[in-house]
Design a binder for this molecule. Structure first.
Ligand code: CP
Length: 336
């Protein structure tokens, strides 16, 4: 696998071998770290982290991953750089490309991360845009590989809820590349964009994967190894959408009844996090006061049950993002 110099702007930027290669590298780097024998493959490298939106997992994964491998980071948070206000994305790309070895970008428009990659001359990684969340799906694949203990092309995952979001788009695309059985249950108005679905169907045909789209959650989860859900109002979407989304998506809540509908006693819950599984957040408290709901996309009993592997999935953000940086900046065999 040779990915040096490559950007990762959306899942389909890598082919099946490359995608699974990064996932395997992440497992190797995780083992090295846990055994206290991690080699520093990114000594002397410096990466810029541009965040136009807030983050916990993605930011920390890039910072810790870079540090573990000997690289330095510069964080440019929301409103902290000239980008978009006083300087075009193109000019920012040309400046940063002369100073750093790689650039992570989290923002709104997919076109921004594409312009960065076109002009920076160094690898650019998409840390989430309105369209894609491809570093999330790397962690999702590693987590499913770990917990299914079977090759991914023999594993099924059902995404239930807001199918129009970036997490679902990336899961469907990466799952199709990996040859998985991927199902999506979402209301007609919140299903994956047609272009996303059509492209993923082509990838699934080539890999031997299978895609299913339905409005019926019970149909999607039948026999599934994993049930995946995400928040109903995504990062950057207006707060005013909550009422409408709750009305639309409450039938898609992941609860004990839906897990039972899988018919699989070993089914696992995936969630990219953060999750509204209780009212221990400002938004959770507001929704509880206004709507009387204790949880939204996933109930607390399911989230806290042994079926939930969401925190393994969160940890895997670190190992997969680290692998992505190593693969594209140095190659897996570089360093110490
Ligand atoms: N899943 C995810 O992207 O988390 P953050 O928003 O905390 O980075």
């Amino acid at each position: 696998m040779e990915l040096r110099g490559r950007s990762y702007l959306k899942d389909a930027d890598f082919d099946t071998e490359e995608l699974l290669g990064v996932v395997e590298l992440a497992a190797t780097l995780r083992r090295e770290k846990r055994e206290g024998r991690e080699r520093r493959r990114l000594e002397g490298k410096h990466v810029a982290l541009i965040f136009q939106k807030t983050s916990t997992r993605t930011r920390v994964a890039f910072e810790v991953g870079a540090h573990d491998q000997g690289a330095h980071t510069t964080y440019l948070g929301p409103g902290e750089s000239q980008l978009g206000h006083k300087e075009s994305v193109t000019d920012t790309a040309r400046v940063l490309g002369r100073m750093v070895d790689g650039i992570e970008f989290r923002g709104f428009d997919q076109s921004d991360v594409e312009v960065l990659a076109a002009h920076a001359g160094v690898p650019v990684w998409n840390g989430l845009t309105d369209e894609w969340h491809p570093t999330q799906s790397l962690a999702d694949l590693l987590t499913m590989r770990d917990h299914a203990a079977r090759p991914l092309d023999d594993v099924s995952v059902a995404f239930v809820g807001d199918g129009a979001g970036n997490v679902c788009a990336s899961l469907v695309t990466s799952g199709a590349l990996a040859g998985m059985d991927v199902r999506v249950a979402a209301p007609a108005s919140r299903q994956p964009a047609e272009a996303v679905w059509t492209a993923a169907a082509g990838l699934a045909e080539a890999s031997g994967g299978r895609l299913t789209l339905t409005e019926e959650p019970e149909e999607a989860v039948a026999g599934a190894d994993f049930v995946y859900t995400d928040v109903w109002v995504s990062l950057g979407e207006p707060e005013e959408l909550w009422d409408e989304r709750i009305d639309l998506l409450l039938p898609y809540q992941v609860n004990t009844g839906l897990l039972a509908a899988t018919g699989n006693p070993d089914v696992k819950l995936l969630h990219c996090l953060p999750a509204f599984h209780d009212d221990h957040t400002e938004v959770g408290r507001r929704i509880r006061a206004a709507r009387g709901l204790e949880a939204m996309e996933v109930t607390d009993d399911v989230f806290e049950s042994p079926a939930s592997v969401a925190f393994d999935q969160a940890e895997n953000r670190l190992h997969t993002i680290k692998a992505l940086m190593v693969a594209t900046l140095a190659g897996p065999d570089a360093g110490g």
